[in-house]
Design a binder for this molecule. Sequence first.
Ligand code: GDP
Ligand code: IMO
Ligand code: MG
Length: 430
Amino acid sequence: MANVAVVGAQWGDEGKGKIVDWLSERAEVVVRFQGGHNAGHTLVIDGVTYKCRALPSGVVRKGKLSIIGNGVVLDPWALMEELRELEALGVKLTPESLQIAENTPLILPVHSNLDQAREKALGNAKIGTTGRGIGPAYEDKVGRRAIRAGDLAEPALLPEKVDKLLLHHNALLRGFGQPEVKRDDVVKQLLDIAPKITPYVGVVWRTLDQARKAGKRILYEGAQGMLLDIDHGTYPYVTSSNTVAGQAAAGSGQGPGAINYVLGISKAYTTRVGSGPFPTELHDDIGKGIGERGREFGTVTGRPRRCGWFDAVLVRQSAKVNGLHGIALTKMDVLDGLDELKVCVGYTLDGESLDYFPASADKQARVVPIYETMEGWKDSTRGARSWADLPATAVKYVRRIEELIETPVALLSTSPERMDTILVHDPFAD
Ligand code: GDP
Ligand code: IMO
Ligand code: MG
């Protein structure tokens, strides 16, 4: 029985939502295993756009079980808003179709406030976070003072837990010259939201174990991308969780053997939102054109995404660190009409050649890409649903990428629409 993990292979926004939605037809359970509502996963189904933030991207299909795993940090107010938005589009989730792990840490208003205050204090050195409180919430998790989803069902114990949390936060707030937060206010906020969240809270590790035993197929959905991973990304310009496939197990309460196939999602070029190094970034009209055709604006914050050529060194590294079995190459159509395309095949650093992306932020900022130039294609690939519909030069581009990243292409995406997808190899078939 094949269970599949889907992860971003670049700096996020690769089209994970579209691919997870497409693949979820073949699965019974879809689990988010890290990140929070810093993620924005877009689904376009028959012209209707759905945005998943903390919820997994299988929610639109009826009869699927959606799960928020313990590796996620969850803002309960934002979740309620997300559920309301989905309901307005005709998608209603119930405790039968959505389960939240009892050990999922919560994002509280103190976290988003601290995130934003710290970014402001950093000035030009800011990370460019989404301001959603992701970093501070993960800090409290590893600092062993988080309030977790299951705590909402134990109201009598909340004041003591909130005291421990505020001991830390009020010290920080004093340092930032901001007013302290009162324990009773936080407890009240939590008690108000508790009845809305508690019905969804359950024992996720056991639900997943039972699903596996019953032969159900599970799809694990990552957020962000490998280059935003707290260990393997462009530190410190990263998010605060492990975004790599290894986290799918720990972030949902399963063993590593639960995942049979790891699918990396990569655009046919590169984008990044927020600060940090980006070797193949384009500052010219070609980059601008890609951004316009690809509608490269952040799903969560609306910020323009930085655009550049495909970086095969980065995606190959991502393939190794994630243990990718295959890749879904998205947004091929955005490259339509370009005379030539460049692909980064290596770097030089201080005159020496380099076949990997070093961990040092200083070196990451100084590597110079070595490009291979490829012929572009004039015909449109937009909406193509089979290999036969692709221009020969587009096929050549895909084949060269496969070679460079040492990973086969399992899926190709040619528009935001669910069905504009080419299946080359079914990840669930392995
Ligand atoms: P995610 O965070 O990885 O789920 O990606 P986002 O949803 O944040 O960003 C991807 C954007 O590209 C969304 O607006 C998608 O609708 C869109 N998209 C996905 N696949 C394709 C594709 O093949 N072609 C085009 N033109 N757009 C796509
Ligand atoms: P999806 O799942 C792209 C980026 C932010 C910032 C850095 C840290 O939609 O691909 P954070 O708020 O997490 O502390 O911000 O990470 N970032 C993303 N970039 N896609 C995402 O998610 C992202 N989630 C966070 O822009 O640079
Ligand atoms: Mg996104």
